[in-house]
Design a protein around this ligand. Structure first.
Ligand SMILES: [Zn+2]
Length: 142
């Protein structure tokens, strides 16, 4: 049984042996769709993994999954207000002390260097992090 099959069984109240896998510490079992708030028939069941850490699992309709993921990601990014999703962030571009533009390599994890075209300075983006910058404007129009 996969983790998603075990989660589905938990949602429908079936007794299953739950492994000590950490993923089940972060789930909200139920049979109501996180997106449309309507009951989910078993054949329409899908698992939505939340945007923010610890990426809590929620039930949703197969047909709602894509829209739910996109909507939630956008809303969370607006709340995070970090350079990573800002339209003024120029990824990988940095201006050195002499004013010359240069490209930098992204670190494997963590912050990503770039340039803010609104504030005219080097910045570091931090994905999945709440920075709450008042100058933030999402890179995508809604
Ligand atoms: Zn739904």
């Amino acid at each position: 049984m996969t983790d998603k099959e075990i989660f589905k069984s938990l949602c429908y109240g079936r007794e299953v042996k739950v492994p000590e896998s950490a993923v089940f510490k972060y789930c909200r079992p139920g049979v109501v769709c996180r997106h449309c708030q309507k009951p989910i028939k078993e054949e329409d069941f899908a698992v939505h993994s939340g945007y923010w850490f610890p990426h809590t699992w929620y039930p949703c309709h197969k047909g709602c999954l894509s829209e739910l993921a996109g909507t939630e990601a956008y809303d969370c990014q607006v709340i995070d207000a970090d350079c990573n999703d800002c339209k003024h962030f120029e990824r990988g571009k940095q201006v050195n002390a002499s004013g010359t533009l240069s490209r930098t390599l992204f670190p494997a994890i963590g912050t990503k260097p770039g340039y803010c075209s609104k504030r005219s300075c080097n910045v570091e983006a931090t994905p999945n992090h709440c920075s709450n910058f008042p100058c933030f404007e999402h890179r995508k129009k809604r």
